[in-house]
Ligand binder design. Structure first.
Ligand SMILES: Nc1nc2c(ncn2[C@@H]2O[C@H](COP(=O)(O)OP(=O)(O)O)[C@@H](O)[C@H]2O)c(=O)[nH]1
Ligand SMILES: [Mg+2]
Length: 335
């Protein structure tokens, strides 16, 4: 996971820490500062000068390397405007600061870590929310899953149902993707394997009605949570977005989760924006992190939507889903 980002970032930091090679240029350029020992002894000064050599990176030198960093971030799926923000912040914090040469790479990473921590929204605890509603209102907690075709909605719903069952939370699944061939069978198969009821109607049925049926079933049978699958809406198709708005209005979900792929970068960001605009999303699940070598999508989504990433999909099996952890994520990025 996120191998590219890790390697390239280290290389970039090394390049910037070599910026004092340009120190002989004009006065305002990065300065190599040699700390002099109090008592000068022959040979002694040379010996320690390498270790004590400090540099101060000038604005000019930072700018020489700035475009490289932008390219690195863009290549790793960080959206353009987000990359700009990261660079501006890093520049503000690094330029003019006196650092030991050997510390520069760590310092850059430390600052980047703080910036990314600041961008990512703190995830909340779904389990707590479900239990709270059960206790306070004695009603099932309703989660609507939206996203375009193939991003992993159906698989994620099965994983969530499995995750909830491990926490002693029962669920029912609504097969409200009545559009895509074989989608109902796909969910029923998951339902059988998981021992979870799947509510469905025939293909072409009103998805809002299927969701409504599942909510009624959950109420009648004291099921804790309703998971509503939906057809893959192309976020650019107006009538299909209207339909998702209708499902949302009829089923009154407590939580609307956008499912996006970790590997698709800017596309995921655009999709998330459209769904957020149409129904107002509450959180994000990023799938296929296991096959993503980049990692920037999460950062972009966090910044653009200001919504938390709640889980990372890390494979096709039911247990291949991790609760999103900001600290683990920045560590995986090599920071
Ligand atoms: N490697 C990997 N594949 C996944 C993950 N989540 C889903 N998939 C695969 O992505 C494909 C599409 O998934 P599906 O759930 O049918 O997507 P939907 O169209 O959004 O419902 C399937 O082959 C899944 O097995 C994941 O986290 N990692
Ligand atoms: Mg599906």
């Amino acid at each position: 996971m996120f191998k590219f980002f890790r390697e390239k970032l280290s290389n970039w930091a090394k390049k910037l820490s070599g910026a004092e090679k340009n120190a002989e240029r004009e006065g305002e350029s990065t300065k190599k500062i040699i700390a002099k020992p109090e008592r000068e002894e022959k040979g002694f000064f040379e010996g320690i000068s390498a270790r004590l050599s400090k540099i101060r990176i000038s604005e000019k030198d930072f700018e020489v390397y700035e475009e490289d960093l932008r390219t690195l971030l863009l290549e790793n799926n960080v959206a353009y405007e987000v990359a700009g923000k990261i660079i501006a912040e890093l520049k503000k914090r690094i330029v003019g600061k006196e650092l030991l040469k050997k510390e520069i790479e760590d310092e850059i990473k430390e600052v980047l870590k703080e910036i990314i921590r600041g961008i990512l929204i703190e995830p909340y605890d779904i389990i707590g929310k479900i239990k709270e509603k059960a206790k306070d209102q004695k009603e099932p907690y309703i989660i609507l899953f939206v996203g375009i075709n193939g991003t992993g909605k159906t698989t994620t719903i099965a994983k969530i149902s499995y995750f909830l069952s491990k926490k002693d939370i029962s669920s029912v699944i609504a097969a409200a993707d009545t559009f895509r061939a074989a989608s109902i069978e796909q969910l029923k198969k998951h339902g059988e394997r998981l021992g979870v009821k799947v509510i469905s109607q025939q293909y072409g049925a009103d998805p809002a009605a299927v969701g409504f049926d599942a909510v009624s079933y959950a109420k009648k049978n004291h099921i804790d949570c309703v998971l509503i699958d939906t057809a893959g809406r192309m976020h650019t198709a107006k009538n299909l977005m209207k339909e998702i708005e209708k499902i949302s209005k009829v089923c009154k979900p407590d939580l609307k989760l956008f499912i996006g792929e970790s590997i698709t970068g800017n596309d995921s960001v655009e999709q998330a924006k459209s769904f957020d605009w149409a129904i107002g999303i509450d959180g994000i699940i990023l799938t296929k992190a296991d096959i993503d070598e980049k990692g920037g999508t999460a950062i972009s989504l966090g910044d653009v939507t200001k919504k938390p990433i709640l889980f990372l999909g890390t494979g096709q099996e039911y247990d291949k889903m991790e609760v999103f952890n900001k600290e683990k994520f920045v560590k995986d990025l090599g920071l």
